[in-house]
Design a protein around this ligand. Structure first.
Ligand SMILES: *Cc1c(COP(=O)(O)O)cnc(C)c1O
Length: 431
């Protein structure tokens, strides 16, 4: 054991035994970690090339104000995103407030009254229910006369091709495909599987717009959904592609037409992409994108490390310790509220910000049970930073994600283990 390192872990409240347990697990993951490093290397080059090809310069970091006409930094950044994610055009803006806003923008700008939206992968992310009008809401697509259909995945997780074929009608204008499982109990879709689904849909009606909710998926694989036929990808800058540095924002990349529609909706018909002052924020967008492949790799290692630690202790983990990964989210079902709470306390105690506070379950709006959340982030609510949350109800599952560096993710997970061990919530004799 590296004595200095062990002592430093002890200063953070992590015992020798817990550290040693973690080392043994980490040692078993060498091959997987080197595959993640290889993906990060590829994606780092991809980002670098996109920046060079579009001639990113120091002038791109200058602030604009007011209307933001001729904002070189904004226009170049959008070209960089388009090159990097292989789209014709992009909209990357601080005025897009979050992932839900980016998705709502994509849908509301590309659908017209009388059109139908189809989700062929089951229920979309919670916040989209109100955007679509699955739960009635002011300003929803439903209020504007856009209808919605959904085809669930089959019990084995496969696409219900027959059901999808039957659900596509003359009014089907757009399909929404969520890459990450979010909080649904299903597997995350690989880019290859998204490609199969898009090809199937296009074989029925080539003019259907295939949008992918790309949240949490960026840079996890070498390829992104536009490379397998999708028309539009959408995500949040306080997740993977902001690299932890973007303090706000969302993006859309895809066909010129889809992006143009979104731009006219974000600002105004007639104005589109031509306005939108960047107020000096763009350097963090560029630098965050530059770091994003490595930051995502660290978060991915953390997720795999957590899966293997908790699987070894006999808990249910999704994905399991050995399966392939297509996003950065890890779920662990503890089946005991005390263990869920101890886990979140561990994540909080390992944070660089607000480490001294104790997270407590509370009745959050929109949830039918108390929810506990742990985050000590530089950017409020940023989930590319180390964070965990879970509803306090059976199966007492925690959703864990992020970590700006692999070492921090590792420390956070060891800290959760320490908390569980101190409260006798792990099987005796294992640690
Ligand atoms: C986070 C997320 C969203 C919504 O993003 P917010 O920034 O929280 O509004 C949508 N879809 C998926 C899959 C997500 O992970």
């Amino acid at each position: 054991m590296n004595q200095l390192l062990v002592e430093q872990y002890e200063k953070l409240g992590i015992s020798r035994e817990v550290y040693a347990f973690g080392e043994a697990v980490e040692a078993s993951l060498k091959e997987r970690f080197s595959a993640i490093d290889a993906t990060a290397e590829y994606n780092q080059l991809k980002v670098l090339q996109a920046m060079q090809e579009n001639r990113v310069s120091a002038e791109c970091f200058n602030a604009t104000s007011g209307y933001g006409y001729n904002d070189l930094g904004r226009e170049t950044l959008e070209k960089v995103y388009a090159t990097c994610f292989k789209g014709e055009d992009a909209l990357v803006r601080p005025q897009i407030t979050c992932g839900t806003h980016a998705l709502a923008l994509a849908l509301m700008s590309n659908l017209r009254p009388g059109d139908e939206l189809l989700s062929p992968v089951g229920k979309p992310y919670d916040t989209l229910e109100e955007v679509i009008g699955i739960r009635p809401s002011k300003g929803s697509l439903a209020e504007y006369g856009v209808t919605y259909r959904q085809v669930d995945l089959l019990p084995d997780g496969e696409f219900d091709y027959e059901g999808i074929r039957n659900a596509i009608g003359p009014r089907t204008r757009m399909v929404t495909i969520q890459r990450s499982k979010g909080y649904a109990p299903r597997r995350t879709l690989s880019v290859a599987r998204i490609g199969e689904l898009v090809a199937f849909i296009k074989s029925i009606r080539p003019d259907i717009i295939c949008m992918v909710d790309n949240c949490y998926g960026e840079f996890v694989e070498e390829r992104e959904p536009l490379e397998v036929g999708a028309d539009l990808i959408v995500g949040s800058l306080i997740k993977n592609p902001g690299g932890g540095l973007a303090p706000v924002g969302g993006y859309l990349v895809g066909t010129s037409e889809c992006v143009e529609n979104a731009a006219y909706r974000l600002t105004s018909p007639g104005l589109g992409k031509e306005v939108g002052a960047s107020l000096g924020i763009l350097q963090s967008f560029y630098q965050g994108l530059f770091l994003a492949p490595v930051v995502t790799a660290g978060a991915l290692k953390g997720a795999i490390f957590a899966a293997n630690i908790y699987e070894k202790l006999g808990f249910d983990v999704i994905p399991d310790g050995s399966e392939s990964r297509h996003d950065i989210i890890q779920a662990i079902s503890f089946h005991k509220p005390e263990a869920l709470i101890a886990f979140c306390e561990g994540i909080q105690a390992a944070a660089p910000v607000d480490s001294y506070v104790t997270p407590e379950p509370w009745a959050m709006p929109g949830y039918d049970s108390d929810v506990i959340m742990a985050a000590g982030a530089f950017v409020q609510g940023s989930s590319i930073e180390l964070s965990a949350d879970g509803p306090v109800k059976p199966p007492y599952a925690v959703y864990f994600q992020g970590g700006l560096t692999w070492y921090h993710a590792k420390t956070g997970i060891l800290k959760t283990l320490q908390k569980l061990k101190e409260r006798n919530l792990v099987p005796h004799g294992v640690i």
